[in-house]
Design a protein around this ligand. Structure first.
Ligand code: 4NP
Length: 151
C-alpha cells in the first residue's frame, strides 16, 4: 500500500498522520509507504509546526525530518490511497482528478474510524496545544482503522 495524507498546509495535521502511520507500519512490519502533502503552497519546504512536533514527540514519534510539499496530479499515479483531513482538502484534491480511478483513491480519513460520517479533523493551526493532542488522538484511531481495513 502507498498512502498519502493530505491537509491544507502540510505542517500540522497531515505530517502528524504520516508520523503516526509510519510508526504503526514499522511495529507491524508492513511493507507500506506513507507520505504527506498540502493542497496549498504557503509552507513548502518547512518543518512541521513546532506544536505538531512536540505533540508527536510526547507520543515517542519524531516528525522533525519531514518537509512540507504541495499535492501534485502525479500523486494520483504514485499512491493507492489519498486521505484528506477535511472536506475542503477532499474537494480540492478530487477537483484535480483526471478520471474515476483517481477520484476513487481520495477518502476522508475519519471515515475509517467513523464510517460514512464525513467528519473533519479540526484544523489546530489557530488553536492552542490541546487542539494538537485532540488531533493526534483522532488520527491515531484512524490509522489503527486504516491498518485493520487494508492489511
Ligand atoms: P494544516 O494546518 O493544514 O493541518 O497543516 C494549517 C497550517 C497552516 C495554515 C492553515 C492550516 N495556514 O493558513 O497557513
Amino acid at each position: 500500500m502507498k498512502i498519502l495524507m493530505v491537509c491544507l498546509g502540510n505542517i500540522c495535521r497531515s505530517p502528524m498522520a504520516e508520523g503516526i502511520l509510519r510508526q504503526k507500519i514499522k511495529e507491524k512490519n508492513l511493507a507500506w509507504q506513507v507520505d504527506s502533502c498540502g493542497t496549498g503552497s504557503w509552507h513548502v519546504g518547512q518543518t512541521p509546526d513546532t506544536r505538531a512536533q512536540a505533540t508527536a514527540q510526547n507520543h515517542q514519534i519524531d516528525i522533525s525530518m519531514l518537509r512540507a510539499r504541495q499535492f501534485s496530479v502525479k500523486d494520483f499515479d504514485d499512491f493507492d490511497l489519498i486521505f484528506a483531513m477535511d472536506t475542503s482538502n477532499y474537494n480540492d484534491v478530487r477537483r484535480l482528478a483526471r478520471n474515476e480511478t483517481d477520484k476513487e483513491k481520495v477518502k476522508m480519513i475519519l471515515n475509517e474510524s467513523f464510517p460514512k460520517q464525513n467528519r473533519a479533523v479540526p484544523d489546530p493551526y489557530y488553536g492552542g496545544d490541546h487542539g494538537f493532542e485532540q488531533v493526534f488522538l483522532l488520527l491515531d484511531d484512524a490509522c489503527d482503522a486504516i491498518i485493520q481495513h487494508y492489511s
